[in-house]
Write a protein that binds this ligand. Structure first.
Ligand code: M6R
Length: 626
C-alpha cells in the first residue's frame, strides 16, 4: 500500500525525470546553509555544477561553481552571503558545458533577478535572438535558463508573479522554476510544467524543491505542484495559483517515508525508479525533434552531399549500449541502404576495421566516458571517419570528441543496470536513421510518418506495460530457483533477447543466454530441459510463424516458456506456459516496448533472490578503464 502511494506521488511529480536539483527558502533563518543542506540531499541525482542566489541587504548575491558541493561550500565560506530568501541549484548540464558561467542560478540583464530551472526550454535560441535584436540583451552563458531570467526581468512591472507568468506564456518546453528579485525581497515565486516541483510548508518559513528529500529535515508537509501552476511563497504563506491566476486549494501531502526512500522518489531501488521514468524520458528524447511528420535534428545538420559520400557505417559501443546498436543496424541499412557493422568497442580497434573518409561511425554511450568506446572513437576519427556520439551526459568526453552529438536527455541514470538509457538510445537511433534517410532522400514519406507517430505513442504505451508490474513479480518468483535460462527471438526480437538476458544475469546472477531462435537446434538445444526456462519473444510479424516453430522445439524438451507477444495474439497461448503482452504498435518500433517487461522481470528476479539490485557485484556504473 505504502509503495503504491509513493509510486503515485512520483508519477504525479512528473515521473521524477528532472535532470537537476532545485531548492528554495524563505523564512527567518539564514538561507545559505539551508540551501546547501538541501542541495546535498539531492546529490544522488548526479550533477556537474552548483550554485545559490541569496537576497542580502537589498542586493542579490550569486555564488556558483563547476564541480561538486564541497567546492561550492568553500566558495560560500569566502563570499558568505547572508539573507533569509534564496534559491539553490545542482545542474546536470544540458545546454552548454558544465562550467562556472553555465551553472545556475542565472541572472537577468541586471543584478536584480535570479532564476533556477530544471528542464529544457525548446525555443530558447529563438527567444534569445529576439531579446538580442529587440533589446540588445547581452547573455553571459550558453544556457536556455538565462533566457528565462532575461524574460522575467523584461516583463517585470512591479509584480513578480505576473512577470513569471508572462515568461511562461512564451517559453516552450519543460520547467520547474524558482525566481527571486531584489524588488520583492519578501517573495519567492516558483512554477512548473513537466518537471517535478514541490512546496514544503514550515512554521514561519516555506520551501520549494524539485524533490522531497531536499526539505525533509525541515518539514514533512508538502504541496505537490501541478503543470501550469505558479506558486507565491512568503515566509508565512504558500499560495498556489492556477493558469487563470486563481488560488488553488491543494491537500497537504504528509510525507511518511524516510530520507533514503525519498531519494528514490519512493521506489525501493533506483533501477525501478528509472524503469518507471521511461515515459517521461521518452518525451524528453523526442521533444522538439519531430515536426510536421519529419525528424528535426539541429545537432546533426548534414548536407545530402555529405550523407551520399558515406559507403559504410559502424556502430560501436559496449554492453547495453552495444545491444542498442544491434537494433540501429537494420534501421540504418533499411532506410539508407548502406552496409552497417556493429562492433563491441573493445574489439573494434584491434581488428583493424576498414574505416576511411567515406565512413560514418556512431559511438553510443550512456556515460560518454566508457574507455573502450572513447578509444574506438579516437581510432575512427584518426582514420578519417565522420563521427556521431549518442550519449546521455552533456559535456562528457565522448560528446566533446565526436564531430556531432545527439543527446538522450534521459536524465541521470544511477543504477548500474542500464534501463532508460537503453530505450532512449533506441529512440535516438530511430530519429538519427530517419533523419539521415530524409537527407539522403531514401525513406518513403508514409513509412517515416508511421514510425514517428509510433515513437510519439511510446510514453502512453509504456505506462500500460508498467501498470502490469505485479504480473512480472509473479513471473520472477517462478524463476527464483533457476540456474540457467534462455532468451530466444528472431531479428529485432533476438536483439531484445540479448538485452533481456544481460539485464537478468547482471543483477539476479541467473545464468542467461540469448539465442537467435532458429539457431537453437544447431547445438544449444541439447541444454534445454525442464530446468531451463525459456523467454521467447515473438513480436516480429515477418518471422512470427518461424518463431512459433522454434518455441515448439523447446516445449518439446519440456522447457517452461514465457512468451512475449503483441496484444491480441491468442495463437501463442497454444505454445507457451505464460504470456506477457505488450501494446501492438508499428512492428519496427516494438523493441522499445518489448524490453520493458524484461527489465522488470530482471528487476524482480534480483529482488526475490535477495541481490543488491542497484550495485551488482563486480560491476561499476561507468567503466573508465580499457
Ligand atoms: O556508459 P556506457 O553506455 O558506455 O556503458 C556501457 C556499458 O558498460 C553498460 O551499458 C553496461 O553494460 C550496463 N551496466 C548494462 O546494464
Amino acid at each position: 500500500m505504502v509503495y503504491i502511494i509513493l509510486t503515485m506521488v512520483a508519477s504525479m511529480n512528473g515521473g521524477n525525470t528532472n535532470m537537476c536539483g532545485i531548492v528554495g527558502y524563505i523564512g527567518s533563518k539564514e538561507a545559505t546553509p539551508i540551501l546547501l543542506a538541501g542541495l546535498k540531499k539531492l546529490e544522488y541525482r548526479g550533477y556537474d555544477s552548483a550554485g545559490v542566489a541569496v537576497i542580502e541587504d537589498g542586493g542579490l548575491t550569486v555564488v556558483k561553481t563547476v564541480g561538486k558541493l564541497d567546492k561550492l561550500e568553500k566558495k560560500l565560506e569566502e563570499f558568505n552571503p547572508s539573507g533569509f530568501l534564496g534559491i539553490g541549484h545542482t545542474r546536470w548540464a544540458t545546454h552548454g558545458r558544465p562550467n562556472d558561467v553555465n551553472s545556475h542560478p542565472h541572472k537577468g540583464y541586471s543584478d536584480d533577478f535570479a532564476v533556477v530551472h530544471n528542464g529544457i526550454i525548446e525555443n530558447y535560441l529563438e527567444l534569445k535572438e529576439q531579446l538580442i535584436e529587440e533589446r540588445g540583451d547581452v547573455f553571459a552563458s550558453e544556457t536556455d535558463t538565462e533566457v528565462i531570467a532575461h524574460l522575467v526581468e523584461n516583463y517585470y512591472a512591479g509584480d513578480l508573479v505576473e512577470a513569471v507568468r508572462k515568461a511562461m506564456a512564451v517559453i516552450k518546453g519543460s520547467y520547474a522554476l524558482g525566481v527571486v528579485s531584489i524588488h520583492e525581497p519578501d517573495k519567492l515565486v516558483a512554477a512548473r510544467k513537466d518537471s517535478p516541483l514541490i512546496v514544503g510548508l514550515g512554521e514561519g518559513e516555506n520551501f520549494i524543491a524539485s524533490d522531497i528529500p531536499a526539505i525533509l529535515n525541515h518539514t514533512r508537509d508538502v504541496y505537490l505542484i501541478e503543470d501550469g501552476e505558479v506558486v507565491l511563497l512568503t515566509k508565512d504563506k504558500a499560495t498556489i495559483l492556477d493558469t487563470d491566476n486563481k488560488p488553488v486549494e491543494r491537500k497537504v501531502f504528509h510525507v511518511e517515508w524516510d530520507a533514503e526512500a525519498a531519494e528514490k522518489g519512493g521506489f525501493e531501488h533506483f533501477m525501478l525508479k528509472e524503469i518507471f521514468e521511461q515515459p517521461e524520458a521518452f518525451k524528453k528524447t523526442l521533444s522538439g525533434r519531430i515536426q510536421d511528420g519529419k525528424v528535426k535534428l539541429d545537432e546533426l545538420e548534414f548536407t545530402k552531399k555529405q550523407v551520399d559520400r558515406w559507403e559504410k557505417v559502424f556502430i560501436v559501443a559496449c554492453g547495453t549500449a552495444y545491444h542498442s546498436g544491434l537494433i540501429g543496424k537494420p534501421l540504418i541499412e533499411g532506410f539508407l541502404r548502406i552496409p552497417v557493422e556493429v562492433d563491441i568497442a573493445s574489439e573494434f580497434r584491434y581488428r583493424e576495421p576498414l574505416v576511411n573518409e567515406k565512413t560514418l561511425a556512431l559511438f553510443i554511450s550512456q556515460s560518454g566516458e566508457t574507455a573502450d568506446t572513447l578509444a574506438a572513437l579516437r581510432e575512427a576519427k584518426a582514420k578519417g571517419a565522420t563521427t556521431i556520439a549518442i550519449t546521455n551526459v552533456v559535456g562528457s568526453t565522448i560528446s566533446r570528441e565526436a564531430h556531432k552529438t545527439v543527446y538522450l536527455w534521459a536524465g541521470p541514470e544511477i543504477a548500474v543496470a542500464s534501463t532508460k538509457a537503453y530505450t532512449t538510445m533506441l529512440i535516438a537511433q530511430y530519429l538519427v536513421s530517419v533523419y539521415l534517410a530524409q537527407v539522403k532522400g531514401t525513406i518513403d514519406k508514409d513509412k517515416a510518418e508511421k514510425i514517428l507517430a509510433a515513437l510519439q505513442e511510446l510514453p502512453d504505451n509504456t505506462r500500460k506495460i508498467l501498470g502490469q508490474k505485479d504480473y512480472y513479480l509473479r513471473l520472477a518468483e517462478s524463476l527464483k530457483g533457476c540456474e540457467h535460462l534462455f532468451f530466444i527471438g528472431r531479428g529485432f526480437d533476438y536483439h531484445i533477447a540479448q538485452e533481456g538476458s544481460l539485464k537478468l544475469k547482471e543483477i539476479s546472477y541467473i545464468h542467461a543466454e540469448a539465442y537467435a531462435a532458429g539457431e537453437m537446434k544447431h547445438g544449444t538445444l541439447a541444454l534445454v530441459t525442464a530446468d531451463t526456462p525459456v523467454v521467447a519473444i515473438a513480436l516480429q510479424e515477418k518471422t512470427y510463424e518461424k518463431t512459433l516453430s522454434n518455441i515448439k522445439e523447446v516445449t518439446a524438451r519440456d522447457a517452461y516458456v514465457i512468451g512475449l507477444a503483441n496484444e491480441g495474439d491468442t495463437e501463442i497461448l497454444k505454445t507457451v506456459n505464460e504470456v506477457i503482452y505488450i501494446p501492438r504498435i508499428e512492428n519496427i518500433v516494438s523493441p522499445v516496448l518489448a524490453v520493458i517487461p524484461l527489465q522488470l522481470l530482471a528487476y524482480y528476479a534480483a529482488c526475490v533472490r535477495g541481490c543488491n539490485v542497484d550495485q551488482p557485484r563486480n560491476l561499476a556504473k561507468s567503466v573508465t578503464v580499457e
